[in-house]
Design a protein. Structure first.
Length: 175
């Protein structure tokens, strides 16, 4: 009897895992492409081993907007305990710029809702690190934008790093 329960649990876990993988793959394939401008990070943490610490300019603007709201209301953490959504304007190249904090308002054609999370007093969009193969750090030194795929709910997935001209960074095929 216990082996039937174990087999059932295993099937359920594998089904949930495959469903999660399917949803992420669909998000990567169908999500809207958006570029977020990188903000400077501590040079000592720019390249740490096989990853690059990330900080986004929009995150700094969100923090400023939240501080302003904090002055208008009681405390930031009481208003936004773990995160929320922002409205971003998209230019003709799909580069996102901060417009404001999302509060269930209708979006225009050139606006998109992006989910952020508060972690240790910092605003985080999807991730705070970009991982790459060992020895490939030099390919990403010119990174100025993170390319994300955004789904209808505003969730972001980091896809790749791009330079100032929106050219994809990384090793060429075969390198």
């Amino acid at each position: 009897m216990s082996s039937k329960i174990a087999a059932g649990v295993l099937v359920l876990v594998l089904a949930l895992l495959n469903w999660t993988i399917y949803k992420k793959e669909k998000h990567l394939a169908e999500g809207r492409v958006v570029y977020l401008n990188l903000a400077p990070v501590d040079p000592r943490s720019l390249m740490q081993g096989d990853y690059m610490a990330l900080n986004f300019r929009m995150g700094q603007e969100v923090r400023s907007a939240l501080r302003k709201k904090e002055g208008e209301q009681s405390t930031q953490m009481a208003i936004f305990p773990s995160g929320g959504y922002v409205i971003a304007n998209l230019d003709q190249r799909d580069i996102a710029t901060f417009k404001g904090i999302y509060a269930d308002q209708k979006l225009t054609k050139n606006e998109i809702k992006l989910r952020y999370r508060m972690r240790h007093g910092s605003v985080k969009f999807a991730t705070n690190a970009f991982f790459f193969q060992e020895g490939h750090g030099e390919y990403y030194e010119r990174a100025r934008y993170g390319q994300f795929r955004v789904d209808d709910s505003g969730e972001l997935l980091l896809v790749a790093m791009y330079d100032e001209e929106l050219k994809k960074l990384g090793p060429k095929d075969g390198e």
